[in-house]
Design a binder for this molecule. Sequence first.
Ligand SMILES: Nc1ncnc2c1ncn2[C@@H]1O[C@H](COP(=O)(O)OP(=O)(O)OP(=O)(O)O)[C@@H](O)[C@H]1O
Length: 294
Amino acid sequence: MNIIEINQLTKYYGKHRGIENVSFSVEEGEIFGFIGPNGAGKSTTIRTLLSLIYPTSGTATIFGKDCIKHGDEIRKEIGYLPSEVFYYENMKVIDVLKYSASFYENVDMSRIESLSKAMDLDLNKKIEDLSYGNKKKVGIVQGLLHEPKLIILDEPTSGLDPLMQQKFFDLILAENKKGATVLFSSHILTEVQKLCSRVAIIKEGQIIKVENINDMRNSSYKKIIVESQEDSIEKLFGFEGITNLTKTAEGVNFLFKGDINTIIEVLHKVKLQNILIEEPTLEEIFMHYYQKEA
Ligand SMILES: Nc1ncnc2c1ncn2[C@@H]1O[C@H](COP(=O)(O)OP(=O)(O)OP(=O)(O)O)[C@@H](O)[C@H]1O
């Protein structure tokens, strides 16, 4: 069953493009990554899903219900961590969390305490005395208080140190094991790689790929590093199957998909210092998708 279904969702801010014809779905129990550079449209998609803003066209459902018509009902079952959190500065953390808890029937003090302990959050501090990262922790605890069926995280780890990031990942994995579905927006590839099974890549408001992380990693792309001092060596590699071509001080490197003999035929004509054929990193594969579309 799909927990989220997005169909041709478009949002314009006046004349300014937010997102265009975004479609993808997230299955029940999945940790789904939503990745793209700054300004690509991740937050716009998420805010539209939560009906905090309204789409220009297209539709979306969560738990099989229309996001706009049933917004109030749907939001009760969602834990949302926005990319930036703001609180009344003179409130204590415990009071912010108790106030949030009062909106739900199933949250008791032990849930507040166990989540805060997991995130090393001091409940007795005032918001104004917290660092950016500690405010983010308040948002994380707040988003998970009511054991939501769907957790939507918009750039959740900014401001968290590596140790806290790991604790946060453990917490999300534990909620996922208990049955929560997770939509995880990020521009950091390594964290998506750690947590998510599938990923949608968004660029300039449009989805350019929805892919299984393992398939992406096992793709048949090879990274080829050619070390040679031949003049304009990069010009030899302008044919089909080659992407991400970069000229370096040592020669040239690129990604290649296709019959390896085509490369060997070209290299035959060149005096080489060295050649390396490697598996590309996930990051290089992502960059390949970005560049291909460009
Ligand atoms: N309130 C707004 N008014 C006008 N344009 C907006 C507004 N909010 C977002 N945009 C524009 O919509 C596009 C998508 O922005 P969005 O914030 O959704 O991207 P993002 O992928 O979440 O990026 P980031 O990681 O930087 O937050 C950008 O070009 C942005 O300038």
